[in-house]
Design a protein around this ligand. Structure first.
Ligand code: AHG
Ligand code: MN
Ligand code: MN
Ligand code: MN
Length: 337
């Protein structure tokens, strides 16, 4: 595509906003601020091996995970950029115990709150594999003009206004979804802009790739074990065995699943009855994106987006991706309940 024909993220969101006469442009402006934070984080990620920002920070987060230096840098960047934004009343992050309410007048009058996983795939930082940032945007339920409250952050995924991720992969991309569509923007480094590269993304209805930490198999339920056997079974007519792909970065594994089709899961197991992944920072935003693209996301019983959150950092089992593959794994998992 010629440079002059590029559509930037800003241009795209403004054009989308114009379709709705009542829209104020605040959501577009907030997405621009998140993209700015993404560009700053991207700059750090791209030179991580040269500056002293690889490795461990020496601290733990509320979930007992050891923080990496980049977890903290990405978290601080987002908190700072969104504080300066005129469209964000407060944030909640995987890396912080509680939500942060911004106290200034602009923020108190902002209608949106943002939740994020500042750096997803921490364990991949030091080995130079794909990592990402995941974000969710809710309209606050507390009164405008006041500081935001925890209730603003404890809304179910079906109330999301928008959600997305930035993947720091072989190129840097921002993918975001509204209820209307899912669109992907690749960072064009020479102009420092995210430009539309993947319009109207649809998750294929079926796929041939499954993504799970198969090392946990012996801790899985019998139904799940039989599904994994099914994936590995040789059946030429049905296109099996399927391929197994697992990076260990939800962003990386989900990005592939969204584009190529497939199944991603992090199920409950004997030692982790709620799985590992966080409802508010990882599962809800990814479920919103995948469902807006035509896929499915479930905790094994109900749609992820219908779970009423009770705690900021709660974990849930997740099965997400192509409609047919998710339906199959759920049917087989339930058959042996
Ligand atoms: P985070 O780096 O934000 O803590 O998230 C890590 C998550 C997720 O990205 C990935 O899907 C999962 O952990 C991998 O877990 P296992 O190493 O247990 O497979
Ligand atoms: Mn973590
Ligand atoms: Mn994560
Ligand atoms: Mn993280």
């Amino acid at each position: 595509m010629l440079q002059g024909q590029l559509i930037t993220l800003d241009e795209f969101t403004i054009q989308e906003t114009r379709k709705f006469p009542q829209a104020t442009g605040e959501l577009s402006s907030l997405l621009r601020d998140i993209a700015l934070a993404g560009k700053i984080i991207n700059k750090q990620v791209r030179k991580a091996g040269l500056s002293d920002i690889l490795g461990k920070q020496g601290t733990s987060n509320i979930q007992g995970e050891e923080q990496m230096k980049l977890d903290v840098i990405a978290d601080e960047t987002l908190i700072h950029v969104l504080k300066n934004s005129t469209d964000c009343a407060g944030i909640a992050s995987e890396e912080n115990d509680d939500h942060v309410s911004y106290e200034d007048t602009f923020s108190a009058n902002s209608k949106y709150v943002v939740l994020f996983d500042p750096l997803d795939g921490s364990s991949n930082i030091d080995v130079n594999a794909s990592i990402g940032t995941i974000f969710s945007i809710y309209r606050r339920v507390s009164e405008l003009g006041t500081t935001c409250t925890e209730a603003d952050f404890l809304q179910p995924g079906n109330k999301l206004m928008a959600a997305g991720y930035i993947i720091y992969g072989s190129s840097t991309m921002m993918v975001y979804a509204t209820r209307l569509s899912v669109n992907g923007f690749t960072l064009e480094p020479s102009i420092g802009e995210f430009c539309l590269s993947h319009p109207n993304i649809k998750c294929p209805e079926n796929g041939k790739i499954y993504s799970v930490n198969q090392g946990n198999m012996n801790k899985f339920s019998d139904g799940l074990k039989s599904y994994l056997e099914y994936c590995m079974e040789v059946n030429k007519e049905e296109g099996r065995p399927y391929s197994h792909r697992y990076i260990g970065s939800m962003v990386g594994d989900l990005h592939r699943t969204l584009i190529k089709g497939g199944l991603f899961m992090y199920p409950a197991d004997k030692s982790s009855p709620n799985g590992k992944l966080r409802l508010q920072y990882e599962c809800n935003p990814m479920a919103f994106i995948v469902e807006a693209a035509g896929g499915i996301a479930s905790n094994g019983d109900i749609d992820i987006l219908d779970i009423m959150p009770t705690e900021l950092h709660q974990r849930v089992p997740v099965y997400i991706g192509s409609k047919k593959m998710v339906e199959k794994v759920l049917a087989m998992a339930h058959a042996k309940d």
